[in-house]
Design a protein around this ligand. Structure first.
Ligand SMILES: [Mg+2]
Length: 354
């Protein structure tokens, strides 16, 4: 169905009609000029993120449901990265004529799946038209007690540096998708040149073979915020001294924490968690797997530091890996390789403005 048929209000009604409020802090959700929120005791965390078609996502490989899910999750991830609890979310979309009502419903179904997973209320949004691609703007609101909030600037000399999950897989997933896309377009181009109608017909049903690489795709297309790790840390009585989520790559995030905390760090290559499929794919593409893990973005794992006294507690937490420790600032930010060479960390994080 064309969006014009429903009109903006009709569309919003259709997208939000069965939203049930889950949080006591949501006094009023969708349906008035503003949402009304109430946090009488806690501090409020606010994060916002904008995603542009062609810059941040490519609809040739991500479908709208996954895109909705991912858009919500990356914002929810930022609330967890402050050791907070996500509560509300607003979503604004700019869409061109090529999107139907059903497309937008797909996007919303993914977005709401992510919100339901972490008990987040969708409390508002806006849809408007765009001449070209799609633009998504999401704001997530959360809460935390003042003393629980973990900033980037709290890391101290001798603290342990930890990461959750594994790194580099989302980046390798993107490499895989881009490789398949370019192979596909090359074949189409060749078939066109030869005017090979049969080849073109076959290519219209082209299905790339991703077997053995499912995890990489999942990590690229189905981003998960690590609220489970936050929960485990709380249960273990561990409060990180500094924390952030890894959206641009471990290397650049470590540098943010070191710079803001006024410390250095020593990270050991052998301790960096890398999945088997990531290693295989890096080899296939002639890339250094550690470089991929250090600089590949979009893992949305948590990077945090804990006092050295929490060493035993942290080792007992499943899915958390100790990768190094914090040092005095004068020692710099160092990566120690498997053969004991030392390199200064470089921020090669993904920079959309470059
Ligand atoms: Mg972040």
């Amino acid at each position: 169905m064309e969006i014009a048929k429903l009109g903006e209000f009709g569309l919003i009604d259709r997208l939000t009609k069965d939203i049930a409020i889950k949080n006591a802090s949501t006094v009023k959700g969708v349906g008035d000029d503003c949402a009304v929120l109430s946090y009488p005791d806690n501090q409020v965390l606010v994060t916002t993120d904008m995603l542009m078609e062609g810059v941040h996502f490519d609809l040739t490989y991500i479908d709208l449901k996954h895109l909705g899910y991912k858009s919500a999750m990356v914002n929810i991830s930022d609330i967890f990265a402050m050791n907070g609890t996500p509560r509300q979310l607003t979503v604004s979309l700019a869409i061109s004529k090529r999107f139907s009502v059903e497309d937008i419903e797909e996007f919303y179904s993914g977005l709401r799946l992510a919100c339901d997973k972490w008990n987040v209320d969708v409390v508002g949004g806006d849809t408007t038209s765009s001449f070209t691609g799609m633009a998504i703007s999401i704001t997530c609101i959360g809460e935390a007690a003042k003393q629980d909030i973990v900033y980037r600037n709290g890391a101290k000399d001798t603290d342990l540096v930890c990461v959750s999950g594994d790194l580099g897989a989302a980046y390798m997933g993107l490499q895989l998708l881009e490789r398949e896309k370019s192979v596909y377009y090359q074949q189409v181009e060749e078939a066109r040149k030869k005017n090979d109608k049969r080849a073109l017909e076959e290519l219209s049903h082209f299905q790339p073979d991703f077997s053995g690489k499912e995890y990489l795709l999942q990590r690229q297309l189905q981003t998960e915020a690590r609220g489970d790790i936050i929960q485990k840390l709380r249960e273990a009585g561990i409060r990180p001294t500094a924390m952030m989520d890894i959206s641009d790559g471990l290397s650049s995030e470590l540098m943010h924490i070191c710079k803001q905390s006024g410390v250095g760090c020593r990270i050991y290559e052998k301790n960096i968690p890398i999945d088997y499929q990531t290693a295989v794919m890096a080899e296939e593409m002639n890339m250094n797997v550690t470089t991929c893990a250090m600089n590949g973005g979009e893992d949305y794992e948590l990077l945090f530091t804990v006092p050295i006294g929490d060493h035993e507690k942290i080792q007992q937490i499943d899915g958390v890996k100790l990768i190094g420790h914090i040092t005095d600032a004068k020692f710099g930010q160092v990566l120690v390789t498997r053969d004991n060479q030392e390199f200064a960390l470089k921020a090669q994080g993904w920079n959309p403005l470059s």
